[in-house]
Design a protein around this ligand. Structure first.
Ligand code: AP5
Ligand code: MG
Length: 217
């Protein structure tokens, strides 16, 4: 199953992608995580991307598309994938179509996780991540067992540098201007699933699996 998760920053794409990937045994491909991985390894690509990410802007399409195309070519993406954070504008949407067409594939579904603006700010500003294993928490909605410490590897949790209030505003504006037009783009193709992302994490997961099951058996 070839899937895309669409939603504003903080809508819960990463949280749900992890679950969907496990459920269907397909890889979770997050462009944000790929860029952060490059930055951690000190690659040139990571450095270039960081200049845009730290300001809450989109990394240029050519860099992003080449990275996604390489990732989709790895053997684990053969049976399908769940893309999180790509595409992020209409150009990237068209580029994804071309990448899939070249492999004789077609996008199956786009899952739009819909959350209103005010809830997004609280989710982003309260998010904490583990710098070691990438596990995600929320100080109020999903706190770790010991405050400030990762449940999985015991490391001290940190705030993502782009989750500071001044950057969050830019990210939400970029989403509204550049990414939100993809909703109509996929609705017109009748592959858009609308999910109410204001429910609990478990309810959102159930709604996604139920809707995918209803369309794909
Ligand atoms: P990326 O890493 O993709 O960030 P994003 O889109 O801004 O999304 P987030 O990861 O912030 O949110 P999410 O939807 O994954 O939410 P999460 O599950 O963590 O991109 C970062 C940057 O990289 C971009 O700004 C850009 O610069 C660059 N980039 C990436 N892709 C690009 C592309 N294609 N083109 C160009 N540039 C690109 O949840 C958020 C919080 O809420 C967590 O704390 C979680 O615990 C909590 N939460 C989740 N679900 C719920 C729920 N149901 N109820 C209560 N709390 C919840
Ligand atoms: Mg994410």
């Amino acid at each position: 199953m070839d899937l895309v998760l669409l939603g504003a920053p903080g809508a819960g794409k990463g949280t749900q992608a992890k679950y969907i990937a496990e459920y269907y045994s397909i890889p979770h491909i997050s462009t944000g995580d790929l860029f952060r991985g490059h930055l951690k390894e000190g690659t040139r690509l990571g450095e270039r991307a960081q200049a845009f990410m730290s300001e809450g802007k989109l990394v240029p399409d050519d860099i992003t598309e080449a990275m996604v195309n390489d990732r989709l070519g790895l053997p684990d993406a053969g049976p399908g994938f769940v893309l999180d954070g790509f595409p992020r504008n209409i150009n990237q949407g068209k580029a994804l179509d071309a990448m899939l067409r070249a492999r004789g594939r077609l996008l199956d579904e786009v899952i739009h996780i819909n959350v209103p603006h005010d809830a997004l700010v609280e989710r982003l500003v309260g998010r904490r991540i583990c710098p070691e294993c990438g596990a995600t928490y929320h100080i109020r909605f999903d706190p770790p067992q010991v405050a400030g410490i990762c449940n999985v590897c015991g490391k001290e949790l940190v705030q993502r540098s782009d989750d500071r209030p001044e950057t969050v505003g830019t990210r939400l504006s970029v989403y509204n201007e550049e990414t939100a037009p993809l909703i109509a783009f996929y609705r017109d193709r009748e592959i858009l699933l609308e999910i109410d992302g204001t429910q609990s994490v478990e309810k959102v997961s159930q709604a996604i699996i139920q809707q995918l099951g209803a369309r794909h058996g």
